[in-house]
Design a protein around this ligand. Structure first.
Ligand SMILES: Cc1cc2nc3c(=O)[nH]c(=O)nc-3n(C[C@H](O)[C@H](O)[C@H](O)COP(=O)(O)OP(=O)(O)OC[C@H]3O[C@@H](n4cnc5c(N)ncnc54)[C@H](O)[C@@H]3O)c2cc1C
Ligand SMILES: *[C@@H]1O[C@H](CO)[C@@H](O)[C@H](O)[C@H]1NC(C)=O
Ligand SMILES: *[C@@H]1O[C@H](CO)[C@@H](O)[C@H](O)[C@H]1NC(C)=O
Ligand SMILES: *[C@@H]1O[C@H](CO)[C@@H](O)[C@H](O)[C@H]1NC(C)=O
Length: 535
């Protein structure tokens, strides 16, 4: 009999988890508390409890060739960075194409999840849901938690002395929808993530003054990268990853700083990250430097104190008559329906084996999908997590002993701190390609470059030097998709199509560069062979 799997949430992670179950012949039932799919990507004017809330102008910061699911490329006319409504459209196409909607029970909130009475033998879970005030109880063989991590706003007002005296308006970025009502206002935005920067450049067109108050600073990157390609299609290549992982740390740091400062000097703009040894997640904003240059946004240090109408910054400067303070200070991870003995959140960190499985459970029948902040898009990441988890549920992939899982999780956390630091906002940060490969190896879907090079050199070179797009994980192994090769070889066309809306002449192709690339690749292969030989 097919195993029954419950999926909580019908956002990006939930949808791909349904798909993962179907691929493995499991029987999914998805519970979604709202009335529609999309999760975070479904914009509404009103903030809903228990669902992430975005502002009207949110545009993806990861590009379409990287942010799709591995067997469903985005339509070629879609722009490279998508407005939230367009990304939702893609999710609808995905759900329709694979017939996922019929497995979803809408307006149904999961209110409790606990081990069933005979959990120790069966690994089953008891779940209680609520629909229109009516409760229902279910037993499931396995559960996938896909509730996201942008629901519970983190608003640390108590860490600001004098805040209780402040007479201005204040709210969390979760409640920001559009710049209406900011005409002539003086606004202080606390935080320096993507939301803080987006809100600053948007309201500064109407507001009188906008201040961005940051403790640690940040690197600001443009979505437009080398030769005008979307940043992630150049940054996230296997070739670049090999370089990043093989050069000494100090050199990597130097290279990163040089690259980041090519556009503008982060020092002169007051944005330079305080701890420069960290690869803290960058902010993607094409307008921020120009808004700072025009004096419309001013970067400030942390706020030391609030008074009735003013703020005092840590450098001693005072801003009088502040009307509004916006806390773009992130979120707290929470599982309100789950007992703390199952998953314990500490310092906003969630101890999970490879970011998916709780460490101290007797049976591998509970998985958390999408609770991660990779340096790239979450869609292919959540998808591979789901593909792995469903194979674990089926017993096709086994988890190691508890002590091995704990050791692995500790090691991973140390590496995260080295790369991304201890800041609260980076608590679930991880690298991208390496993590995808790790999951793919567990499901048998990791592309084998050496065999590919012999069989299909053109494809192998594109995989190595081109964008590490999700289709790479559908070339071999379980879940193989016949369209993957073509999707990889045509991705550049899909990148260019939506921008080249006026036909212009051809430029000559650079044969020398291609030759150099091939030579570089061969040299690398030799190096790989040598290092394998040495083991
Ligand atoms: C402004 C912003 C921009 C972003 N841009 C990008 C980007 O460009 N690229 C990228 O990769 N990521 C981006 N992200 C990250 C984002 O988290 C992911 O893209 C993605 O939305 C995560 O999907 P999810 O399914 O895990 O969670 P969500 O989209 O939050 O979906 C969770 C679902 O679970 C439901 N739910 C919650 N609790 C319950 C319950 N108890 N019972 C039943 N249902 C429940 C909710 O209603 C919701 O539908 C962005 C995030 C923000 C805030
Ligand atoms: C894109 O922005 C969201 C929201 O701030 C963030 O969670 C995510 O990590 C960002 N992605 C990248 C690749 O920076
Ligand atoms: C910078 O971060 C590294 C790694 O987390 C840490 O060891 C170092 O002490 C930090 N330096 C400062 C000045 O905070
Ligand atoms: C551009 O190149 C293609 C093939 O290389 C050719 O068919 C086409 O005619 C060229 N167009 C122009 C405007 O030169």
């Amino acid at each position: 009999m097919a195993k029954k799997v419950a999926i909580i949430g019908a956002g990006v992670s939930g949808l791909t988890s349904i798909k993962g179950c179907l691929e493995e012949g499991l029987e999914p039932t998805c519970f979604e508390q709202s009335s529609d799919i999309g999760g975070l990507w479904r914009f509404t004017e009103k903030v809903e409890e228990n669902r992430a809330s975005i502002y009207n102008s949110v545009v993806t910061n990861s590009s379409k060739e990287m942010s799709c699911f591995s067997d469903f490329p985005m339509p070629d006319h879609f722009p490279n960075f998508l407005h939230n409504s367009k990304f939702l459209e893609y999710l609808r196409l995905y759900a329709k194409h694979f017939g996922l909607l019929k497995y979803i029970r809408f307006k149904t909130t999961v209110i409790s999840l606990e081990k069933s009475q005979d959990y120790t033998t069966t690994g089953q879970w008891t779940m209680v849901t609520e629909t229109d005030g009516k409760q229902e109880s279910f037993i499931f063989d396995a559960v996938m938690i896909c509730t996201g991590h942008q629901i519970e706003a983190y608003t640390p007002v108590e860490s600001f002395p004098g805040f209780e005296k402040f007479r201005g308006n204040y709210f969390h970025s979760r409640n920001y929808k559009n710049p209406d009502g900011f005409n002539g206002k003086t606004v202080v935005i606390i935080g320096m993530g993507n939301s803080a920067a987006d809100i600053a450049v948007e309201i500064c067109r109407k507001a009188k003054k906008v201040f961005l108050s940051t403790r640690g600073g940040t690197w600001v990157m443009s979505r437009v990268y080398d030769n005008g390609y979307p940043w992630d299609t150049i940054f996230h290549t296997r070739f670049n990853d090999v370089i990043r992982n093989s050069v000494p740390w100090f050199l990597l740091q130097w290279m990163t700083e040089r690259k980041m400062n090519q556009w503008f000097s982060h020092e002169n703009y007051g944005l330079l990250p305080r701890n420069r040894s960290l690869m803290k997640e960058p902010v993607f904003n094409d307008d921020l430097p120009s808004r700072i240059l025009c004096g419309a946004v001013m970067v400030k240090p942390l706020i030391k104190e609030f008074t009735e109408s003013s703020v005092i910054f840590e450098d001693g400067t005072v801003e009088e008559n502040v009307d509004i303070a916006i806390f773009a200070t992130g979120y707290t991870v929470a599982f309100p329906f789950l007992d703390k003995s199952v998953i314990k959140v500490e310092d906003n960190r969630v101890p999970l084996y490879k970011h998916v499985f709780p460490l101290h459970l007797e049976k591998p029948t509970l998985a958390v999908i999408g609770l991660i902040q990779p340096l790239g898009p979450i869609m292919p990441t959540a998808e591979l997590q789901a593909r792995w988890a469903t194979r674990v549920f089926k017993g096709l992939s086994l988890l190691p002993s508890e002590s091995t899982m704990v050791a692995d999780t500790t090691r991973r956390n140390e590496k995260r701190i080295k790369w991304f630091g201890t800041s609260r906002s980076q608590s679930i940060q991880t690298d991208f390609i390496e993590y995808l490969d790790e999951l793919a190896a567990l499901t048998g879907a990791k592309p084998n470059l050496l065999t590919l090079l012999l069989r299909d050199p053109k494809l192998a070179l594109t995989i190595f030097f081109g964008p590490c797009s999700p289709f790479q994980f559908r070339l071999m192994g379980p879940g193989k998709w016949a369209g993957a090769r073509n999707a990889i070889l045509t991705q550049t066309q899909r990148i260019i199509k939506p921008t080249k809306t006026r036909t212009v002449g051809n430029s000559s192709s650079n044969a020398l560069l291609s030759l150099l690339k091939i030579l570089g690749f061969l040299a690398l292969l030799v190096a790989v062979f040598l290092s394998i030989g040495q083991r």
